[in-house]
Design a protein around this ligand. Sequence first.
Ligand code: PLP
Length: 429
Amino acid sequence: SDADAPDAEGDASTEIERLDREYVFGTWSYQKEVSPTEVTGAEGVRFTDARGNEYLDLSGQLMCSNLGHSADAVADAIAEQAQEGAYFAPGFTTEARARLGEKLAAVTPGDLSKTFFSTSGTEAIEAAIKMARLYTGKHKIVSRYRSYHGATYGSISVTGDPRRLPAEPGIPGAIKAPDPYDYGSTLDPMESVEYIDEMLMLEGDTVAAVLVEPIVGSNGILVPPDDYLPRLKEIAHDHDTLLICDEVMSGFGRTGEWFGCDVFDVTPDIMTMAKGLSGAYAPLGATIVSDDVAEHFEDNMLVHGHTYAGHPVTVAAGLAAVETYERENLVEHAGEVGDYLGTRLDELAEDHPSVGDVRGVGLFRGIELTKRADERVPFGHREDKLSTGTTVVDEVTQDAYERGVYVASMINTLIIAPPLTITESDVDE
Ligand code: PLP
């Protein structure tokens, strides 16, 4: 249309892109740099923009579109629930809410059994922090530097990466521990876990929970050694502290197992979920707790809730999504295609001078770019980004985009986390 023709200044944006740019804030951005792309359609592992360009979605948007863009059963469940009754207050229930609760107790490990529903990963973390504090009567939360747990004041305070800095001082009692980052840290991963033991001793009996992503997502796809998570749970329990696993990104088949902690055979006391829980078809978060923690709230008030906690449309999406993972064996498929992806990425690591490391499991992989691979000098520190606006890594993702591949990045790592429906030939492409 004429509205989509370049304007007098040669701006080739569509009308929608111009309107959006003017009236809607972009997230995590200098607003002058925001330039949204108008999307007009999506199918399977691909999406299309208003200019008719097609993109392979190599990061499942924000590492959340685990079912791809054609999960009709989920779309139908949403429409059906919206027509039957879009919203009832949390004091009422619907079939999908009860059945999704039952389903999550079945697919999560061990005795995780009772779920609090919310509408995002951030809110799932807020509920986890509050429940851990109420259950233990203690207030501190130990989390790690290379982590992201959400954007609200509680969840950003327990986030370790630099996104927390503008929100500081944040909530009291948020303490940071070192990470199991073999490639980029001077500390050995198993030394770093013993360091947490010492931290808990030095903090006295004040720590409610240790909160970790079992496999770190946006901070670079960090996979700990097999013994790390079991040892962390042992340490936490020795200090009467809960273990919270944040599975917002690592959950729902991403690793080739249902959850990241399944890779290490560990059941946390509390687990948070979002993203893949609804396959990104609706904003849905969940916090599931062990029998012990659930029992505590029989006689102690759960002082928490949101208007849209367990919103009928979102839980209908969640139930249909989990049924889709099961029906289409997507968790197993993710493991198989994930192994293939791993093999292909290893080839890159061998040949490419700027690929320092490739790592990950299943369809949860990272490519760490370095100026000189042999010396592990990373490209694109966060500080560079804060001062100059773009990094070399941004240029790589932009170049990929212009060639029809959408891939997310954080700091100096490309994050490969496609829909679980991806095939080997998509991987080759
Ligand atoms: N936890 C982890 C591990 C995440 O990756 C994210 C988001 O990327 C969050 C929590 C916050 O989730 P949301 O953006 O849905 O609030």
